[in-house]
Design a protein around this ligand. Structure first.
Ligand code: ATP
Ligand code: MG
Length: 366
């Protein structure tokens, strides 16, 4: 799939903008603070209906304005698609082919994106919650049911945490209701864990192949899903039962702490290179290579799961990678994936490796 054109109105520092893109590589060139990341953010929003850098939607509307709009035409194997997102103080609205979609799970997945920004290079080093966010974002795009279960899980988790606080403060004594919430949480939690394991297994295989290419076969990469629920429990019913047991056994501690201590909202992902966890033992270079391999592996996973290549947003990453990794990245995307790449200027390597990019010069939101 690819983004044919975009139209912005009052989005960040763009008052009005209409652009047509190349199916291959689009390069956004401009000095600092001109609107390069803002444009990538708009594309990301069109796909995910949320920003990758803020959850305060007010910030996305041009200063002094009330509404912002992003519209795009997506070229897909099955024909063109119009996506539309409107932001206002009343919230956001999304439309597909002019028809409003009430649920985000009916919207997300129409346009698939992979965003790669300098902070993604710290995927390996970062916090568990960053890795969970990465997992959830990627899998939500390829699996609407995963997203649906995830949002249900979050809703029940919030209710359960509130109820634990109520029990703690003795606003209620009734723990039958806690049982019901635990049961629902275990049921949804098991579904999430099963899907995460399955997709991570596939993603890990692609990542290992790509990683092997970058390190010339010297290093072997694998993923490990880190959870209190043993990976040896293979059936969904077993996972559910185990999670439910944990949720009931630790009741007193949970009431004391006023929060849910078990479930996929506390799980993590470990990257193993040559049998060592590289979050702990890896060099910075190894960690970056892994992060790059993971991003490129996502392209393959999305293709496998959806039948179409996603679009790739690269925000200032080239300058963060050395020559070998830059070359690997650019060779992988050339002719295969529609790419949007921001940069203050084109380096030697990029000039040599990017064939016929479409160039956009960005200055003060124009
Ligand atoms: P860099 O190379 O430094 O990353 P950039 O071109 O990516 O720069 P952006 O982050 O796209 O820069 O744009 C930042 C500019 O957008 C800033 O000048 C900021 O003040 C402006 N901006 C951000 N939000 C809004 C808004 N809601 N209304 C108007 N301008 C905004
Ligand atoms: Mg930027």
């Amino acid at each position: 799939m690819y983004l044919k054109e975009i139209m912005l109105e009052n989005f960040r520092n763009y008052q009005k903008l209409q652009l047509e893109f190349s199916e291959n590589i689009n390069v956004l060139i401009g000095e600092n603070a001109q609107g390069k990341t803002n444009l990538l953010e708009a594309i990301y929003m069109l796909a995910m209906a949320s920003s990758h850098r803020t959850n305060k939607e007010r910030e996305l509307i041009l200063f002094g304005q009330e509404n912002a709009q992003i519209k795009g035409t997506i070229g897909r194997a099955l024909g063109d698609l119009k996506l539309e997102l409107t932001l206002s103080s009343k919230g956001k609205k999304v439309r597909v082919n002019h028809i409003e979609r009430g649920k985000l799970s009916e919207y997300i997945g129409q346009l698939n994106v992979i965003l790669f920004a300098p902070e993604d290079l710290s995927l390996v080093k970062g916090t568990p919650s960053e890795r969970r966010r990465f997992i959830d974002r990627e899998f939500s795009q390829i699996d609407a049911l995963y997203l649906h279960h995830l949002s249900q899980y979050r809703r029940i988790l919030k209710q359960r945490n509130q109820y634990l606080k109520d029990l703690q403060q003795r606003k209620t004594q009734d723990d039958l209701y806690l049982d019901i919430l635990s049961e629902q949480l275990a049921q949804l939690g098991a579904k999430i864990i099963m899907k995460r394991r399955a997709y991570l297994q596939k993603l890990g295989q692609y990542a290992n192949e790509i990683h092997g290419g970058i390190t010339q076969g010297k290093e072997k990469l694998s993923f490990q899903y880190v959870s209190e629920i043993e990976n040896s429990l293979e059936k969904e019913v077993e996972v559910q039962a185990e999670l439910y047991t944990k949720l009931t056994q630790q009741r007193q501690t949970e009431i004391f702490r006023g929060t849910t201590l078990h479930g996929p909202h506390r799980d993590d992902l470990a990257f193993i290179v040559n049998e060592k966890n590289i979050q702990i033992y890896g060099s910075q270079g190894q960690q970056r290579t892994t992060a790059l391999a993971v991003k490129l592996a996502e392209i393959e996973l999305m293709k496998e799961e959806t039948g179409e290549a996603p679009i790739l947003l690269l925000d200032d990453v080239l300058s963060e990678l050395d020559g070998v990794r830059q070359t690997h990245l650019l060779k992988t995307i050339q002719d295969r994936v529609q790419t949007f790449l921001t940069t203050p200027g084109l380096s030697e390597i990029t000039r040599k490796l990017i064939k016929e990019p479409k160039l956009f010069r960005i200055s003060e939101g124009k």
